[in-house]
Design a protein around this ligand. Structure first.
Ligand SMILES: Cc1cc2nc3c(=O)[nH]c(=O)nc-3n(C[C@H](O)[C@H](O)[C@H](O)COP(=O)(O)OP(=O)(O)OC[C@H]3O[C@@H](n4cnc5c(N)ncnc54)[C@H](O)[C@@H]3O)c2cc1C
Length: 651
């Protein structure tokens, strides 16, 4: 059947769309246009000619839309007009079945027909006490039935009860609203239905030939105290019930939309069960969207338990990549608690995947050893170095991945597998981002050494010389480019024999600070010196920890803040054209970045490909700007763009 569904982007609409698209040709009517998916295309409700054409050409129209943006006095006239527009559009075409999505609120003005609850065949009473939503649903049901009878078109009226499931207000919404106080009502009956069951029930009614009838769409009647106890359990709060006496007093002030809290009544769904034969059984908890589990196991056995979980999970180290990307809804297994040095023999160090690089560097330094390359921040976990190109700036190494000699991971049965370097296997394992746990890694080390870092402010015009090969003059060249001020902060890192009494020790320069802060911090901490000399790992990775990390965690995780910290890797040749184009756009004013903003450039050599690369880091709270920069790089790069997987990863 060719089915037009209005309200296709709402909670019920999305579910109906997905269920019915498995067997029908679906056309969803939505406010904002969206791309077609398997079995489904979309029409914008604002595109009146396209909407009229879709309605006229439908075998079946399901009207599920409500204009909730129309408030107050506008609500009724706007929604009445919407209902009439869809109904007339459908009946004026070749529609054979019109399905109207009503609601159980239509019963609010009357008493149940039998002790088993409200039945579809009882007369609906519209009293002056009914609110606009209830009034709209009762009036529209009557309008649909009369118009379909007059046009000789079949109809179905469906009356969903309390709709539950992912994204629904009565499951996720109520749990979220109970974060601080879980208030509840006792002594009432609520009829619940999970949105995917609702869609299946509608599908079975349509395909099973139910016509010219009304159906309560629900699955189970539950006590309201059980419902709120479940809400409280999910929100981590003990439910506070409104006292019965107070509830009786409040009953007449409860809006008719929430009529089922005003009195204790059930909804009878026997007719639906008889028509569809569908009787989903689930415990009360199954009506609520499952909350993802966030675990931090500290033993192999605890890690193994996740592999036997039926729910999808993703493993992470310290979880920094989550700061820069949209949140995912899978379970999370953090490796932070699975940490520690397993062995340090000769020049090999074996560590658990959750071990921070700081712990590894300290253990190595105590034995006169070091890692040949490092990122600037030592809070990163060892495990991340397998999946992510964790890098600094180096003429000799592309990333820390190069230093890994072997890994251990859990296979599907929970057995710990040891895998020596095997490029094909490792490439496949690195690409896994779900249900995969890397447990240990062994890094190759080298004798400890000393490095110097000369930090110099230079002119933007020097950029070309660095990109043309000047970066090779140092062991590591890192550039922070401030386009607005046309200035570069350049780190020249080189080998040195040992401590230098006149030099400053390594400090965390917080590369990427706003320009004036950066100058101020360096001036205050280096006291006019530009040269720092220290153990190599302290020069390469001057940040051991972020003292404001818990604040950032709160900001990213709780407040859902998201800065796009994006870093992409281009061949040095592609990098030159990209940066030249970026400078042209910035100079002409065709692209603008904030005054304080800077762009990070780091250079690396890859021994495997024998090629030189430049990493370009762009941090912004303006997503459109970041996407524009990415699009530009993709267009210009002749040899592809590789994104740092531990930072923002574009789709
Ligand atoms: C302050 C700061 C400074 C930074 N500086 C640099 C820098 O100088 N150079 C640089 O290259 N990067 C830098 N980064 C980025 C950093 O490398 C990434 O964010 C990295 O992912 C962080 O490590 P993590 O332990 O939090 O790993 P996560 O972000 O938790 O994980 C990274 C990826 O690895 C996977 N993963 C990690 N561990 C496991 C495991 N045991 N099993 C299965 N999958 C796993 C995750 O699923 C994810 O896909 C910096 C980040 C921050 C926050």
């Amino acid at each position: 059947m060719r089915i037009v569904l209005t309200g296709a982007s709402g909670g019920i609409g999305r579910s109906l769309m997905a269920t019915l698209a498995t067997a029908h040709d679906m056309i969803g009517v939505v406010r904002a246009p969206r791309p077609a998916a398997a079995g489904a295309t979309y029409v914008s409700s604002a595109d009146k000619p396209a909407l009229a054409a879709a309605l006229a050409d439908a075998d079946c129209v399901i009207h599920c839309a409500l204009d909730a943006k129309a408030k107050g006095r506008d609500f009724l006239p706007v929604n009445r007009a919407l209902n009439t527009e869809i109904l007339e559009g459908a009946l004026g075409g070749r529609c054979r079945l019109y399905v109207f999505v009503s609601s159980q609120v239509v019963y609010s003005g009357t008493d149940p027909a039998t002790p088993a609850g409200y039945r579809e065949d009882q007369e609906l009473v519209l009293t002056p006490r009914e609110d606009d939503y209830t009034r709209l649903k009762i009036e529209s049901e009557r309008e649909v039935i009369a118009a379909c009878a007059a046009a000789g078109v079949d109809y179905l009226v469906i009356r969903p009860t309390v709709v539950m499931g992912p994204g629904m207000a009565w499951s996720e919404g109520v749990v979220a609203a109970s974060k601080f106080v879980a208030a509840g009502v006792r002594g009432r009956t609520m009829n619940l239905v999970v949105v995917s069951d609702l869609s299946r029930q509608v599908q079975l009614l349509i395909e099973g030939g139910a016509r010219n009838d009304s159906f309560n769409i629900g699955t189970t009647n539950v006590r309201s105290e059980d419902y709120f106890a479940q809400v409280g359990a999910l929100a981590g709060r003990r439910p506070l019930f409104v006292p019965d006496g107070l509830m009786r007093g409040l009953a007449r002030f409860i809006p008719s939309t929430l009529w089922f809290f005003g009195r204790d009544v059930a909804i009878d769904t026997d007719k639906l069960k008889a028509a569809t034969g569908f009787r989903p059984e689930r415990p009360l908890a199954g009506y609520f969207a499952r909350r993802p589990v966030h675990a931090a196991p500290n033993s192999l056995d605890a890690l193994r338990q996740h592999l036997s979980s039926p729910h999808p999970f993703r493993t992470h180290g310290q979880g920094y990549y989550l700061w820069f990307n949209p949140q995912h809804a899978d379970d999370r297994v953090a490796m932070a608690a699975y940490s520690g040095i397993v062995s340090l023999e000769a020049d090999r160090i074996r560590v658990r995947a959750g071990t921070r690089l700081a712990e590894i560097c300290d253990a190595l330094d105590a034995r006169g050893l070091q890692l040949a390359t490092l990122p600037e921040f030592l809070g990163i976990s060892a495990g991340a170095c397998f999946f992510v190109d964790v890098h600094g700036s180096s003429r000799e190494h592309f990333s820390m991945y190069e230093l890994i000699e072997d890994i251990r991971y859990l296979d599907d049965t929970g057995e710990e597998i040891v895998a020596a370097r095997d490029e094909a296997l490792w490439a496949e394992l690195r690409a896994r981002d779900s249900r995969f746990i890397l447990t240990e890694l062994t890094f190759r080390t080298e004798p400890a050494s000393w490095l110097s870092n000369r930090m110099v402010w230079e002119k933007e015009t020097d950029l070309d010389a660095y990109l043309d090969g000047g970066w090779r003059a140092n062991l590591a060249t890192t550039i922070q480019w401030y386009p607005h001020y046309r200035q570069l902060l350049v780190y020249h890192v080189n080998r040195t024999g040992g401590p230098d009494r006149g030099a400053a020790p390594s400090i965390a320069p917080f590369r990427g600070l706003p320009y004036h802060w950066q100058r101020g911090v360096l001036a205050a901490r280096l006291h006019g010196r530009t040269l720092q000399v220290d153990r190599a790992f302290r020069i390469l990775a001057p940040w051991r920890e972020l003292w404001f990390e818990s604040f950032l965690e709160w900001l990213y995780d709780r407040r859902r803040a998201m800065w796009r910290d994006m870093e992409m890797c281009l061949t040095i040749e592609d990098g030159r054209s990209f940066i030249a184009q970026l400078r042209r756009l910035l100079d002409r004013g065709d692209m603008s970045v904030r005054k304080r903003a800077s762009i990070g450039l780091r250079f690396s050599h890859d021994r495997v490909t024998g090629r030189d690369y430049v990493w370009v880091e762009f941090v912004s709270d303006a997503p459109e700007l970041v996407e524009r920069v990415i699009a530009m790089a993709r267009e210009l790069a002749t040899e592809g763009v590789r994104f740092h997987r531990g930072k923002y990863v574009p789709r």
